[in-house]
Design a protein around this ligand. Sequence first.
Ligand code: KG4
Ligand code: ZN
Length: 410
Amino acid sequence: MIILGIETSCDETAICIIETGDNSASLQNHPTEKQTNLQSFGQVKILGNQLYSQIALHAQYGGVFPMMAKREHVKNLTPLLEKCIEESNIVKFSKNIKISEEKKEKIQKILIREQGLFEPFIELAEKIDQTAWNKKIDAIAVTNGPGLEPALWVGVSFAKALSELLDVPVIPTNHMEGHIVVAPLTKISENTFEIKSVKYPAIALLISGGHTQLVLIKENLKYEIVGNTKDDAIGEAFDKVARILGLPYPGGPQISKLAEKERLEFPNKIPPHPLPRPMIHSHDLNFSFSGIKTAVLYTIQKIPQITDKIKQEIAREFEDAVVEVIVKKTKQAVEQYGAETIIMGGGVSANKKIRNDFTKLAENLNINFLVPEISASTDNAFMIALAGYLNLKSGKKTEKEFKAEGNFSF
Ligand code: KG4
Ligand code: ZN
């Protein structure tokens, strides 16, 4: 099966084309005659993977502005699709393809909210032989939530327009599920991965700019949220603390770099600016990260001059504090539900200390720990294509009428 994934939920515009080892594909409303070169079921190959990060733009303003993110997605989606088609080489571009006025009108209607998207879309469409494409692509998977709603809509409308152009079905896809499904992969070669089977029950810890959730998974693709943040997400806390310390957006990697330096230089030092471990003793599985950000602010306000050394000390103590909390709560969840596997996903899982501490936790508990490789941890379209594929395989229906939903949840 060949799936095209589209991701525009926040500040990354991404398109990915994957081929799966499942050639028994029988999409309910799209009978397929596609062939696959992969040997076994359970493998996935990236044919094309394109991503444009808006981070440099948003960094100038210290955070992501939804309308600005939307404009950037509109600008970047079509060129990224073109590059992804070239990279995947599954079909060649043609010249002077005719698109009927009726079809153009339909596409224009679909793209009406996304000003400036119709013209480049049609320009690219006029290079695509629709019949050849229809034969190649089985489905389009697009993130329809959660995320920034104006940003999500660009991807959703784009997917629907592409679906209209090529007569290929669309599967709306949960961004957080994408972060989960890329964890159980083993790299076999440059672009090919084996999809490992997961020992259930599993506890997934989802840590990103918008989420901090513990999710119980008892079987494939069945999710139950058992812990959640009451206020800020952990990534948001990293970003806000970085801003307080005068570090650029996104703050997670910056804080992490400083913390690591401090730990290397002073492995055993007692923290000179101790911070709270929010909700660490609460008996539930919930989190709160807004208080620790305020605690950092108060700490800073009491110090007359903030040197680089002090920033480094605070970064380390902040990272130690939040990691201690997520380790403790995850352990609690694992014990409560008898989990055999910990899965970790979301942009914050790129953090080195978090990876190390969770590796140790899983070793101590003698259970599996699955985390995606760093490039698949932050937002990307591979995870969306894969989530779309797994859902299709499990019988989820493709949809024509669906919306972008900013607060979409399991
Ligand atoms: O999943 P993601 O790419 O986007 C959302 O869906 O939110 O996560 C982005 C978040 C940002 O808050 C960023 O600061 C954080 O992930 N992040 C990190 C690291 N790399 C990215 N946080 C801590 N340490 C890192 N190394
Ligand atoms: Zn994400």
